[in-house]
Design a protein around this ligand. Structure first.
Ligand code: PLP
Length: 470
């Protein structure tokens, strides 16, 4: 192949890189003036791009104009200070810079030898995080691409451990039914992990919940495990949640993990959202008993300012995970050295980006103290808004705040009126919320979690909700 122009023009890269950084800063400085949710119809963004790829390269000189014209109008602004929908996906400047550096270095950290820096910084950062969260010495962490990926890995361990490591070798045919236990409050990533692991949706056994935090009932869990054993099934694991997606439900880990331990089942805790808040000692009662978990996941890419993708997966003992996932053909062996970790043996993907840089840059910039301050504000402001709505006779708080998440409804509104209300709120553009369902009832979920959010933004949310409540 011959090229007229050099494929790699590092002068242009340096120029454009600086321009993009300036463009990015301007975008973030003006983000609050934009409607939070993209106000356009499906198909508009795609229509701005030709149906066929360019035969000739045209260079990147008009890149920023293209971004402004074709991309920005189609953005829902996740970093907007009044993004109160779903859960946050915060990207702070240090983590953006880290991802830029990671892209430049373009490491593949699948093995220690393929990137000692990526591997060893990952080990160190995960141990910093462990200490920050107050997890016991001995827990070891790995960065996964997503909480879904960590949960899949944990469910595969549950399956393999229960089958005495025969599932990977022989498949599931002819094996007893593998059973996994969870409440209805866990994220749907658990359902998907069960499907992918070949366990089957019918073997995700739902345990009823109880109490104000909607925890699995430990007595019902124990009885169900006993009944399954009596029926010849194979209980394998328990998935608990701390800060469930819908309403922030928290399992009583002390009780639930004790049942798992007594019954010899592997346990995994999904604290994808709420886990970040455990940097603050005063919130740790929500996961009291966590030291009894075999595996747990939290997403610094939600509420810790560490840009997507960064899921922190901690293991009391990595051995069962490695036994389940490690593949060791000759070309993945490192001869002549020991005392290192190959993190690709801890996760489903083989290739690994240099994600540890993001946590390093964020902790270097803000420290644990800076991160705690942001989350404490979110919790306080959100709880104040819940009180404000409670005092207004048009609103009803349906589930009480768990950290910065609560759900509410319009008193007396039927489902159609609630959907109409959520649509009007989101079309208005000043704030963005998500509807949810709890106890069969349609509710509005509110969570404050954007690093750009101020107290005035949460107050404005109250104004918008009251304006549009009718
Ligand atoms: N678990 C919980 C409680 C969640 O809220 C979410 C996503 O919001 C997930 C898991 C999935 O996270 P990820 O996108 O990292 O797979």
């Amino acid at each position: 192949m011959t090229t007229e122009k050099p494929l790699l023009d590092w002068d242009q890269f340096a120029r454009l890189g600086a321009d993009i950084a300036r463009w990015g800063a301007a975008y973030h400085r003006t983000i609050a003036e934009r409607p939070v949710r993209a106000p356009l119809e499906p198909g508009r963004v795609a229509a701005a791009f030709p149906a066929a790829p360019p035969e000739e390269g045209a260079g990147l000189d008009d890149l920023l104009a293209d971004l402004d014209a074709k991309v920005v109008p189609g953005l829902t602004h996740w970093q907007h200070p009044r993004f109160f929908a779903y859960f946050p996906a915060n990207a702070t400047p240090p983590s953006m810079l880290a991802d830029f550096v990671a892209a430049i270095l373009a490491q593949q950290g699948m093995l220690w030898q393929t990137s000692p820096a990526s591997t060893e910084i990952e080990t160190r950062m995960m141990d910093w995080l462990r200490q920050g969260l107050g997890l016991p010495d001995g827990f070891q962490g790995v960065i996964q691409d997503s909480a879904s990926g960590a949960t899949l890995a944990a469910v595969l361990v549950m399956r393999e451990r229960a089958l005495a490591w025969a599932g990977n070798r022989q498949g599931l045919s002819g094996q007893p039914r593998v059973r996994i236990y969870a409440s209805d409050e866990v994220h749907t990533s658990v359902d998907r992990a069960i499907w992918i692991a070949g366990i089957g949706a019918e073997n995700l056994v739902r345990i009823p919940t109880q109490g104000p935090l909607r925890s699995m009932d430990p007595v019902a869990l124990r009885n169900r495990i006993a009944a399954d054993r009596a029926a010849g099934d194979l209980p394998a694991g328990v998935v608990a949640c701390v800060g469930g997606t819908g309403t922030g439900a928290c399992d009583d880990l002390t009780a639930i993990l004790a049942v798992a331990r007594d019954e010899g089942l592997y346990s995994h805790v999904d604290a994808a959202w709420a886990g970040a808040a455990m940097l603050c000692p005063e919130f740790r009662p929500l996961w009291a008993g966590i030291e009894g978990a075999d595996s747990l996941v939290l997403n610094p890419h939600k509420w810790m300012g560490v840009q997507f993708d960064f899921s922190a997966h901690f293991l009391r003992d990595p051995e069962p995970l490695v036994k389940t996932l490690a593949i060791q053909p000759e070309y993945l062996r490192t001869h002549g050295k020991d005392g290192f970790v190959n993190y690709s043996e801890w996760s489903v993907p083989l290739g690994r980006r240099f994600r540890a840089l993001k946590l390093w840059f964020v902790l270097k910039a803000y420290g644990l103290r800076g991160l705690r301050a942001v989350m404490r504000d979110h919790v306080r402001w959100s709880q104040a808004l819940a009180e404000e709505l409670r005092a207004d006779p048009r609103f009803e708080i349906v589930t009480e705040p768990v950290l910065s998440l609560f759900t509410f409804a319009l008193k007396g509104a039927d489902e159609a009126a609630m959907i109409d209300f959520v649509t009007r709120v989101n079309d208005d553009g000043r704030i963005y919320v998500t509807q949810g369902r709890t106890g069969g009832r349609l509710v509005v979920r509110f969570q404050a979690g954007s690093f750009a959010c101020t107290e005035a933004d949460v107050r404005l949310a109250g104004t918008v909700l009251r304006d549009l409540a009718g």
